[in-house]
Write a protein that binds this ligand. Structure first.
Ligand code: ADP
Length: 255
């Protein structure tokens, strides 16, 4: 696979105390650098703005207030990009920020613009870092979770592979954090059937999508012929190991 979209979940990106996990970003940037040297092209979809906002101002009041949430995202997005920029700078890689909404994928001219910007950034050797534009999105027009955003991005960019990094090494028949006997699923060829047959458990503290949106994302990209891998982003050398098939992960293969 030459064109790879990597999605990074909030839980992968943050430490237990809610601060941005700089060690993770350090490892990610050097792995991405290695892949680029091999001629791969990378686009990143990153969550974590809200949690970064909370840890920046040190409080999360009015949890039910949408504007408070949006304010947290506005604060955290800057911190997030700053952290990415610092890590990628070490490898002389520039980054570019794209904040998107559902509308951006629904109107021809806007979609085409984004597509062209994406291609241009990648051609220039820049890593696009995409997130939902939370400050302009009210609930009704939201994509809502970055698993879906990553899938839409993979289709838009005609990616060869979508990788979702979570804090879990793949899909199980039930939540492994609750059931010790949960069975790991290595290969999935029918995400729709899978959704009917497994138990969907709780998401993590700052996770928004959970396992269901990850399976939906697989359905979206698989229908465009793009395979998807769900893996644990915190493992050492995960990108190289995944690409060489040396790591446990769930692979969603298009039919
Ligand atoms: P992220 O922030 O990486 O997007 P989420 O918290 O949204 O992650 O979703 C991943 C979590 O979903 C896992 O950590 C796991 O606890 C939970 N989960 C629930 N049911 C399942 C299942 N059947 N298989 C795997 N994980 C599950």
């Amino acid at each position: 696979s030459r064109k790879i979209v990597i999605k990074i979940g909030s839980n992968t990106l943050s430490n237990d105390d809610g601060t941005i996990n700089k060690e993770f970003l350090d490892r990610l940037s050097s792995q991405v650098n290695d892949l680029m040297k091999l001629g791969k092209q990378i686009v990143i979809v990153s969550s974590g703005a809200r949690i970064a906002g909370v840890s920046t101002i040190g409080r999360w009041l009015r949890k039910e207030d949408i504007h408070y949430k949006q304010a947290l995202c506005a604060i955290g997005q800057v911190e997030l990009m700053d952290a990415y920029r610092r890590e990628f700078e070490k490898h002389d890689i520039h980054i570019g920020q794209l904040l998107l909404t559902r509308d951006d994928f629904s109107y021809g001219s806007r979609t085409l613009n984004i597509r062209n910007t994406l291609f241009t950034l990648v051609d220039e050797g820049v890593i696009p870092i995409i997130n939902e534009n939370d400050t302009v999105c009210v609930e009704e027009i939201k994509i809502g979770d970055n698993d879906t955003l990553a899938a839409l991005t993979a289709n838009l960019w005609n990616a060869d592979l979508l990788i979702l990094f979570s804090d879990i090494d793949g899909v199980y028949n039930k939540n492994p954090k609750v059931y010790a006997d949960a069975k790991f699923l290595e290969i999935v060829t029918d995400p729709v059937e899978l959704l009917k047959n497994i138990e969907i458990g709780e998401t993590n503290g700052f996770g928004t999508g959970g396992i269901a949106t990850k399976i939906e994302a697989a359905k979206t990209v698989n229908s465009y012929g793009i395979p998807m891998i769900l893996a644990n982003g915190k493992k050492e050398n995960i990108l190289a190991n995944l690409i060489n098939g040396n790591e446990r992960a769930t692979v969603f293969l298009p039919k």
